[in-house]
Design a protein around this ligand. Structure first.
Ligand SMILES: *Cc1c(COP(=O)(O)O)cnc(C)c1O
Length: 390
């Protein structure tokens, strides 16, 4: 009986940037033409610019996992000793990929909601000097926790190992200084902070990582970094590219450049801060309180309530799609995304809807309390001479 606008508010796919969607309509273009080479070359250059690195940056037609797979199959050999920091479902994916390719994996495990410490990485590297690589998520999207990538890069940098960072939701939500910190491989995906649909994976490759690729013997075919680099230098991709997504990426990157990567990060961080403030006001508990990231805020459902009820009612009452917990976290947590094309308007509405749903399920809430917390964060951050706010 009420109008419910459909809203995609998950931590990937994220809300789409409208000019990028419109750009996709120009995809009646052939990829082996100068017109497309110009577009592809510009997209690669802008991606490098936005990632703030002088390392090579390569794009694959794949979801983010494709670039994770490529980083293992191109840089390592069977039996290589590697360390995986696993703090959630995506850390577990690193373990699965590394094991699938026959690497000798040491897993540094953190409980869901916690992060793996830099000290644990240092200790693992000291215990096994032959370690060839360390794998980690910058932001563990399944729990909302973030890792200290700068600290880990410092720990790994003084060894022969390379640091491979799944930055798929870290990019655009936290500072990641690829060259300054020494991140050897940084992986991203189109459907997260880049505000376009799923289907592109990309990664930056350092000199240290390229050197490792020279001795790597694992088989690979479609995901071939060296071949892709040769193609990219000629303005092409090795295989047929996802033309429409490259057009969209070009448009989205223009927007991110105009905004500034630091401001995109600050936007997500401020929204996450405001969401945490709203949780405090509403008596909601954070799932990763010790190292909360800004890609997504994971919140425990009030005791006695299944988080699926919140997810379902956001959809049925308000047309808003958010995510439940994954695996054993399903039913316990719900996740509010902040990465990419999210703004304060979205968050005001989200928190108001959340208050309404808690109320409709018999949880005592004072309407507007959480919203006011978001308003206060906005007022302090964005109103030049704020009137006195309580
Ligand atoms: C989304 C995501 C991925 C990639 O998943 P795909 O489904 O392959 O795109 C990997 N790591 C993290 C941390 C993610 O959030």
């Amino acid at each position: 009986m009420h109008i419910r606008k459909q809203r995609l508010l998950t931590p990937g796919p994220t809300p789409l940037y409208p000019p990028a969607m419109q750009a996709m309509m120009a995809s009646d273009i052939h990829h082996r033409t100068q017109d497309f080479r110009n577009i592809y070359t510009a997209a690669l250059a802008d991606l490098k610019d936005v990632l703030g690195t002088s390392n090579d940056v390569l794009i694959f037609a794949a979801s983010g996992t494709g670039a994770m797979d490529a980083s293992v199959s191109n840089l390592f050999s069977p039996g290589d000793k590697v360390v995986v920091c696993s703090a959630g479902k995506f850390g577990e994916r690193w373990v699965e990929i590394a094991k699938a390719y026959g690497l000798d994996v040491t897993v540094l495990k953190a409980e869901y909601g916690q992060a793996v410490s830099v000290e644990a990485v240092q200790a693992a590297l000291a215990a096994e000097p032959a370690t060839k690589g360390v794998f980690v998520q910058a932001s563990e999207t399944s729990t909302g926790a973030a890792h200290d990538i700068q600290g880990m890069a410092a720990a790994v940098g003084s060894t022969d190992a390379i640091l491979v960072v799944d930055g798929i939701t870290g990019i655009g939500t936290m500072p990641l200084d690829v060259d300054g910190w020494g991140i050897d491989v940084l992986i991203g995906g189109s459907q997260k902070s880049f505000m376009i649909p799923p289907g592109l994976a990309f990664l930056s490759v350092s000199k240290k990582a390229w050197a490792l690729s020279e001795t790597a013997t694992l088989p690979h075919y479609y995901f071939n970094l060296k071949k892709e680099k040769k193609s990219a230098d000629l303005g092409e991709s090795s295989w047929t590219p996802a033309t429409s997504l490259i057009l969209a990426l070009g448009e989205a990157l223009k927007y991110v450049k105009s905004l500034g990567m630091a401001n995109l990060v600050a936007n997500a961080q401020l929204l996450a801060l405001a969401m945490r403030a709203a949780c405090t006001e509403l008596g909601l508990e954070l799932f990763a309180p010790d190292s909360p990231g800004s890609s997504v805020t994971s919140i425990l459902a009030p005791s006695g309530m299944d988080s699926g009820v919140i997810v379902k009612e956001l959809r049925t009452r308000f047309g808003a799609i958010i995510t439940n917990g994954q695996g054993s976290m399903k039913g316990r947590i719900f996740r509010i995304a902040h990465l990419g094309y999210f703004d304060f308007w979205d968050l005001f509405a989200m928190v108001a809807a959340l208050e309404t749903i808690l109320y409709s399920n018999g949880i005592p809430v004072e309407f507007g309390k959480g919203v006011a917390a978001v308003q206060r964060v906005y007022a302090y951050a964005a109103i030049p001479t704020p009137i006195a706010v309580p």
